[in-house]
Design a protein around this ligand. Sequence first.
Ligand code: PHE
Length: 347
Amino acid sequence: MSQQPVDHEVTLQSLLARVAAAATVEDLRAVAREALEQGGVVATLLASIPTLPGPERKAAGQAANRIKTELQAALDAKKAALEAGALLASRHVEGFDPTLRAPRAERGTLHPVTQVVRELEDLFTSMGFEVLDGPEIELDWYNFEALNIPRDHPARDMQDTFRCDPAGQLVLRTHTSPVQVRAMETRRPPIRAIAPGKVFRQETTDASHEHTFHQMEGLVIDEDVSVGHLIHTMKTLLRGVFGKDIEVRLRPGYFPFVEPGFELDARCPFCKSGCSVCKQSTWIELLPCGMVHENVLKAGGIDPTRYSGFAFGLGLSRLVMLRYGIDDVRHLLSGDTRFLRQFHRIG
Ligand code: PHE
């Protein structure tokens, strides 16, 4: 006697309807038990296969498998939905919807000064320079004395100094030049070094003056170093920063630690015949520099009869302002994220 034909599709649909109607995970388990475990619909169907006439076996096997996979998928989906619902209910807080998309996390950017410093470090290390660091709280000796600025020297007034102790031995460095002397003390020529960093001056702040700003010192000491080397290095620096060759000129400049001392001006990279950046002059005053004074070489323990060198003190804050068209130096250390967000570039 052949078996009563079973409508597998009806079986499947009724199982799926029960899954859809299940209100708890326990309900789902009951459906799974009845359908899939031993004695269940699917198992019974599979067990009946050998008793069927040959041509019907294949169709019965396929039907059993279809019920099994579709039912399992429906069970899994419903289980996930019930669990998510339960989680939501357990976390329910008035006005809080955990299914909403989170606002995008804001990505930080490198500070424009950091970006320029990193570029300059790459440029100078490619020319064999090392990158040095020096203390921001400095001894009077390194900040002044060793740089040929004795106690009663009028040049001390050029840089209004924050003093850190009553005796005046400790100061916030007013420039990065003290790193020159520290470099000479700890290495032998040839010396090629740059030292970017913060410097501090006690002054009234305005759009072009800030009590804290950035400089980058440069120092080269070797036999037969000349002003020609200085000019070449400065031109290379400017080409690196502005991406093109820039004409320069030297004017005499006075700094006690260089002799001769210069103010190096760069041809305005933004115009041909005068603009607001160069104050209509087509020249930008950018780089105080000069040949290292022999007293400084001596203070650093270097023989001035054998070696000579040049030094420069790049005004980094000013350079950054020029490059990005920033009109107020106070933005740089304001910590204002609306300002900083404009300098998107990571790395
Ligand atoms: N230290 C000087 C300043 O801050 C700049 C400078 C550095 C000048 C090196 C000459 C050589 O004003």
